[in-house]
Design a binder for this molecule. Sequence first.
Ligand SMILES: [Zn+2]
Length: 118
Amino acid sequence: MAEETGTTQSPSRETSGGSDRGERRPPRPGGPGGPGGPGGREGGRKYFRRKKVCKFCVEKIEAVNYKDVRLLAQFVAESGKIVPRRLTGVCTPHQRRLSTAIKQARNIALLPFAGRPS
Ligand SMILES: [Zn+2]
């Protein structure tokens, strides 16, 4: 009974607006046209890898084997670089194992350090 000061005085304006966090999202009439959004994030998403699901999670590969070159090569770009996670959709823990495996595979010359120079 000591606390009657101000902890439970918020429901005074609950009936006026209903849910104060009204999450109404207009169902995108056509293309990117966010209302008042200066930093338009949506836009050129033209990679043909559309569903971003971690391949390793889907196939339930726990540890990435560095000897599996055919698997690793999917995540190495033509230039020899490891394709970043945001392009491949690999989740973070798997990307770390993947990059480790790729580096191990490079050391025993299963994968190139550098591909063809462009
Ligand atoms: Zn994963």
